[in-house]
Design a protein around this ligand. Sequence first.
Ligand SMILES: Nc1nc2c(ncn2[C@@H]2O[C@H](COP(=O)(O)OP(=O)(O)OP(=O)(O)O)[C@@H](O)[C@H]2O)c(=O)[nH]1
Ligand SMILES: [Mg+2]
Length: 296
Amino acid sequence: MAHRAGFVSILGLPNAGKSTLLNAFLGRRLSGVSPKPQTTRHRILGILNTPDCQAVFVDTPGWLEKAGDPLQEALRVQSKRAAREDADIAILVVEPFKPTAEEVTAMARLVPKNCPLFLAVNKADLLKGQDQLDAVIGAWAPEVKATEVFTVSALKGMDVDLLKEAVLALLPESPPFYDKEQLSDRWERFFASEFVREQIFALYSAEIPHACAVVIEEYKETPRRDLVFATVHVERESQKGILIGKNGEALKKLTERAQAAIEQFTGRKAVLEVWVKVRKDWRKDMRSLKEFGYLE
Ligand SMILES: Nc1nc2c(ncn2[C@@H]2O[C@H](COP(=O)(O)OP(=O)(O)OP(=O)(O)O)[C@@H](O)[C@H]2O)c(=O)[nH]1
Ligand SMILES: [Mg+2]
């Protein structure tokens, strides 16, 4: 049988569960997840390999109709690119009762006409009974003209395999794009920064997570352990104080948790050090956005 391979873009509003779905497809935690919107800030590839096919899933930042600042504009560009240029197949992830018909139509329109589009109604575990399921499917299916509609729960793993099989079946004939052993196009350094950011989303509230950018200054593998030096850039002095906390306790907790996540991911011991620096209003500063990897 000929080998099949292609790019599968995962699109949807912030918080729809796109990253959770990517992780469920791959059976491991590759992309950061949090209950707060705009957790994902990069296109993140997760590569699923079987003997005769390779699906390159592309997790995207949640779709925003309008950008409130240059960072959000950069995120919009990434989502659009994933939908328009990269996709052989697209999955539009929606939460029950969430996107309006206009939003769903706008997102579906990002996808080229000849590209198969699956509608994945996620968080089905929150729905009660067939009636509610039918109601949510009925609400969007006409707007989207989907190749097929699935109700899934990325969190509980409900029917994720059905969706996965349907996607794999439509991959075009092609040699693999990446080494068949490869899981992502990113390396430890990137995942380390995402683990720090994920813990910031988990531990701090209000505007703090959105005001943080994480840079890994150094990632050094030594025979005994990985040494990881990270800087968290915040926008204001007051945010720095919050991040560090009384007697440095908040930062200590952040560091411990992120270090554990890095160790779990790599399967090696790690020592993580985190510094906090103020980069005034970095979200509005093109040079900083570039430096932090949000702009090309
Ligand atoms: N109940 C339930 N919660 C889910 C499901 N899938 C995801 N979630 C939760 O929804 C929240 C958002 O999940 P993410 O995967 O971070 O969503 P996202 O679409 O990647 O969000 P952004 O990166 O901000 O665009 C998290 O709290 C998840 O645990 C699901 O199937 N059921
Ligand atoms: Mg995400």
